[in-house]
Structures are given as structure tokens and as C-alpha cells.
Ligand binder design. Structure first.
Ligand SMILES: Nc1nc2c([nH]c(=O)n2[C@H]2C[C@H](O)[C@@H](COP(=O)(O)OP(=O)(O)OP(=O)(O)O)O2)c(=O)[nH]1
Length: 135
């Protein structure tokens, strides 16, 4: 089975109460349309994962991000390909997260992480995020 290498940004901020919030986006096209994910996409030849992520977020959301630590690399078998996805904590550096390709987006607090229908590959990542922002 072919492997697709993807990078995803878990963009973190704080709400008015000072609670951490995470930016989730809903896929606007393709087989997985309607599913919720973290913005990002495929790594192109010659790019490092972090470079790929900055490029993707600029293309999809017209926003510059600062890419921080790796949260996890998700390995998941879809029916037609294997996904290997590096997921990074990220912060907005400049821009307003304009939805250029996605259908919708939401900021979620820890308590509301289960409110959206995540893509199947993202479910274990959500558990990890929940643990990491509980501190
Ligand atoms: N960006 C992103 N992709 C995810 C997540 N979870 C998950 O299973 N994926 C899958 C969906 C896609 O098959 C692949 C990402 O590729 P992509 O965003 O370039 O999607 P695509 O194939 O529609 O893009 P394109 O070639 O048409 O530009 O990874 C996630 O949280 N974020």
C-alpha cells in the first residue's frame, strides 16, 4: 500500500477566560469531505515537515504560523493508502485564518474536543491533545 506523508498544525490560542483553545477545520472536498481535521497537507519533495506546514497554512488559511514541538506522528491505514502524519503544536504569527479551502472551522476548548466528527486517523491524536492541555 502506498504511504502518504502529511503534516498537520494544531493551532493553539487562549479564549477570553484564559483557557486553551484548538483550531479545527472541516474538509471542503474529496472522499473525506465533511470530516473534521487539523489544517495541513502533503509534504512535497525537498521540504522539511515544518516548511511544508508553513506553506500549507499560508495556502489554506492565508496565515503565517510559528511551528513548535511535534505532538505525535499518526500512522493510520485508510482503505486505499497508509497515512503517516506529523502533528505539530503551532501558533499564529500573522494573519486571520481565512478559510480558503475549508467548509467551516471552530475553536474548541478541551471540554468540547469531541463536539466535531474527526477523521478516523485523528481520534488517537485528540486523546493525546486532551492529555497535554489538561495540565
Ligand atoms: N490535513 C490533514 N489531513 C488529514 C488529517 N487527518 C487525515 O486523515 N488526513 C488525511 C486526509 C488526506 O487524505 C490527507 C491530507 O492530504 P491533503 O490535505 O493534501 O488532501 P488532498 O489529498 O485532498 O489534497 P490535494 O492533493 O487535493 O491538494 O491526510 C488531518 O488532521 N489534517
Amino acid at each position: 500500500m502506498k504511504t502518504i506523508r502529511v503534516v498537520a498544525a494544531v493551532i493553539k490560542d487562549k479564549n477570553a477566560n484564559g483557557d486553551p483553545i484548538i483550531f479545527a477545520t472541516q474538509r471542503g472536498y474529496g472522499d473525506l469531505k465533511g470530516g473534521w481535521e487539523f489544517p495541513g497537507g502533503k509534504i512535497e519533495e525537498g521540504e522539511t515537515p515544518k516548511e511544508a506546514l508553513r506553506r500549507e497554512i499560508m495556502e489554506e488559511l492565508d496565515t503565517k504560523i510559528k511551528v513548535g514541538d511535534l505532538i505525535d506522528t499518526i500512522e493510520y491505514d485508510y482503505p486505499t493508502f497508509h497515512l503517516s502524519m506529523d502533528c505539530f503544536w503551532s501558533e499564529i504569527e500573522e494573519g486571520d485564518l481565512v478559510l480558503k479551502e475549508h467548509e467551516a472551522a471552530k475553536w474548541l476548548t478541551r471540554e468540547h474536543l469531541d463536539e466535531v466528527a474527526w477523521l478516523p486517523a485523528d481520534v488517537t491524536l485528540i486523546e493525546k491533545i486532551r492529555e497535554e492541555i489538561s495540565a
